[in-house]
Design a protein around this ligand. Structure first.
Ligand code: BG6
Length: 480
């Protein structure tokens, strides 16, 4: 591993993302020994005028502080310094650079290099100006080597054109290996497991194709609404918020071909290829919904047309998947909180047990909560009769990996950015392809051609979504 001084700069340090995700992830990395006190300094930067201690007090409550962590917590907070300034102010960024440089001088040993990691916990509207400021005032200039990297998060634009514009603005200032585009779903344990499941198991290799798989569902449900985020959400909607990024990344991992190796570029090449093979989304294979009461949020316009629920079918034009519907479904204010992938196999030909009404084989990966991988299959009903029943081969993480702590997505991803591993980050061309797929549909929604139907909070969403699922071939299995 690289050594030398590491400065982590959290831009937007007093905001929600920083408090809820970035600082807690940094603290957990610190506790586990991944950030060494003698090398690391953390800088918060934001517009609000605060002292170091005021920032520390603001974030303290968000860090896990069981008794056993008290000492770590105190030490960790001491690593944090605060600099205030606006996002387009040269003076602000010069002051930031000065603070970082002082730290580097104080910590650097002769052989050490300087590493500067800028974490953007900021709205994308300020990305271009912040990138400029960093490029002009805050780059690593150490003769001893090191690097400067930036970590950014969605929304990357609102459609193909705006995303490409943003990518070009950033791309003029930073090279692709310096840019880490976070999709936090790629940091989830079971999302990372998809590649292993698919390509390290003989079971799946011969079955993973159109000859055997009837349909695939990738589902995200939340049992709460936009909860105070109505203003942001209304501008984006569920497709931009969840489907175009989180679910599409899962889709890539399920559908892509085997990469040549585990090198980040090889994996991302395969993702791009499968995205390029997706056919245009058909209107009749989309259902949109908006939960009742959504418009009562004072930050949401009374006539909002923004979907809080969407189900749609993606179809892939290639040898492996021709004809297999991939149903992507996401919704807020539904009856449960769950994210899962459900791969449904075709019926057994010439079924001598006549058991197909009970359901088909399914391979399910539950990403959250209660991570699990299970296979639904038909077995003999225990007893004297020769009858069949649906059962499961069940790998439940709680039971199988008792005591193993599954790291938070952000923790893993931040560690990857420090290590320089881009495997779990979105490449520019991947982002472009993702927008290519959804932009025509998003434009139809934005200009009012396509309206969501309303659904009751706490329900399964619009009934039309279940009808669409059945229409494309999903057979409801009873039991689990
Ligand atoms: C975010 C979305 O990217 O993901 C939120 O903006 C959503 O709307 C969240 O609630 C879900 O993340 P997780 O990890 O809780 O599934």
């Amino acid at each position: 591993p690289e050594t030398g001084c590491l400065s982590i700069i959290v831009l937007g340090a007093s905001g929600d993302l920083a408090k809820k995700k970035t600082f807690p992830a940094l603290f957990n990395l610190y506790r586990q020994g991944f950030l060494q006190s003698n090398e690391v300094h953390i800088f918060g930067y934001a517009r609000t005028k605060l002292s170091d201690d005021q920032l520390r007090d603001r974030i303290r409550g968000f860090l896990s502080h069981g008794k056993e962590y008290t000492e770590d917590l105190t030490k960790f907070l001491q690593l944090i310094k605060y600099v205030s300034g606006s996002y387009d102010s040269a003076e602000g960024f010069q002051a930031l650079d000065k603070a970082i440089s002082e730290h580097e001088v104080s910590k650097n040993s002769a052989e050490g290099s300087s590493r500067r990691l800028f974490y953007f916990a900021l709205p994308p509207s300020v990305y271009p100006s912040v990138c400029k400021m960093i490029k002009h005032h805050c780059m690593n200039r150490s003769d001893l080597g090191g690097w400067t990297r930036i970590v950014v998060e969605k929304p990357f634009g609102k459609d193909l054109a705006s995303a490409e514009k943003l990518s070009s603005q950033i791309g003029e200032l930073f090279d692709e290996p310096q840019i880490y585009r976070i999709d936090h779903y790629l940091g989830k344990e079971l999302v990372q497991n998809l590649l292993v499941l698919r390509f390290a198991n003989r079971f799946f290799l011969p079955l993973w194709n159109r000859d055997n798989i009837d349909n695939v569902q990738i589902v995200f449900r939340e049992d709460f609404g936009t909860d105070g985020r109505g203003g942001y959400f209304d501008e984006y909607g569920i497709i931009r918020d969840i489907i175009q990024n989180h679910l599409l990344q899962v889709f890539c991992l399920i559908a892509m071909e085997k990469p040549i190796s585990l090198k980040p570029e090889h994996i991302r090449d395969e993702k791009v290829k499968v995205l390029q093979s997706v056919l245009p989304i058909k209107n009749e294979e989309v259902v949109l919904g908006q939960y009742e009461g959504y418009r009562e949020d004072p930050t949401v316009p009374d006539n909002s047309n923004t979907p809080t629920f969407a189900t749609m079918v993606l179809r892939i034009h290639n040898e492996r998947w021709e004809g297999v519907p991939f149903v992507l479904k996401a919704g807020k204010a539904l009856n449960s909180r769950k994210a899962e992938v459900r791969v449904q196999f075709k019926d057994v030909p010439g079924d001598i047990f006549r058991c197909q009404k009970q359901g088909r084989n399914e391979f399910v990966i539950r990403l959250q909560p209660l991570e699990a991988i299970y296979m639904k299959l038909t077995v003999k009903q225990p007893g004297l009769e020769m009858s069949t029943v649906q059962s499961e081969l069940d790998l439940s993480y709680r039971q199988r990996y008792q005591g193993v702590v599954i790291p938070e997505a952000y923790e893993r991803l931040i560690l990857d950015t420090i290590r320089g591993d881009q495997q779990h980050f979105v490449r520019r061309d991947e982002l472009k392809e993702a927008w290519e797929i959804f932009t025509p549909l998003l434009h139809r929604i934005d200009n009012g051609e396509f309206k969501p139907t309303s659904y009751k909070p706490g329900s399964r969403g619009p009934a039309e979504a279940d009808e669409l699922l059945q229409k494309v071939g999903y057979v409801q299995t009873h039991g689990y």
